[in-house]
Ligand binder design. Structure first.
Ligand code: SF4
Length: 182
């Protein structure tokens, strides 16, 4: 897969210490994007999912995996593989996407990779970055339109989107998941 980079022990990409994979390639082209060098679909570097998983497993301090971008859902099958390995290691999984949750649920009906990644994500920070909605006071996101979504609960109850409860002791990967309807 193509990646823009890996950051170990980040404290700004989700709760706790995070192992962050920045995927390469994004078509959203948000004005004011924090990472425009990640747009080029053929930029960045090639790295196998096995190599990324091995690096992730070596970091014993990590609380969770975050996949950001770029647009992770352009390489959804590979991201799902890494996310599943993270769960096997007891790590929770956050994903940042420029798509909206509802769009991804619709896309998942015809795309096995997107379906697999959606079913594995614990927390999704969704939506394009909108400069006019930018606020420095927001936690985990850059603009007000973006949402921090508890994906398993949202899929389980099928009531649309729920804001995540960022309470102490929150264990996202213990929440039951359901398979998306095809
Ligand atoms: S989705 Fe993210 S990486 Fe892509 S253009 Fe928007 S802010 Fe940049």
């Amino acid at each position: 897969m193509r990646i823009a980079g890996i950051v170990q022990d980040s404290i700004v990409d989700g709760v706790g210490l995070r192992f962050v994979v920045f995927t390469q390639g994004c078509k959203h082209r948000c004005v004011g994007c924090h990472n425009p060098q990640s747009w080029d679909l053929s930029g960045g570097t090639e790295m196998s999912t096995d190599e990324i998983i091995t690096q992730m497993r070596k970091n014993t301090l990590t609380d969770g995996l975050t996949i950001s971008g770029g647009e992770p859902f352009l390489q959804a099958a590979q991201c799902a593989e890494i996310a599943k390995a993270a769960h096997e290691n007891g790590l929770n999984v956050w994903v940042y996407t420029g798509f909206e949750f509802e769009e991804l649920v619709a896309k998942a009906r015809n795309d096995a990779g997107i379906k697999s990644l959606l079913e594995t994500v614990d927390v999704l920070v969704d939506g394009a970055f909108i400069l006019a909605e930018r606020s420095l006071s927001l936690k985990w996101r850059g603009s007000r339109n973006q949402r921090v979504i508890d994906v398993p609960k949202s899929l389980l109850y099928k009531r649309g989107v729920k804001p995540i409860a960022l309470a102490m002791g929150y264990k996202p990967h213990h929440i039951p998941r359901v398979i998306l309807d095809n």
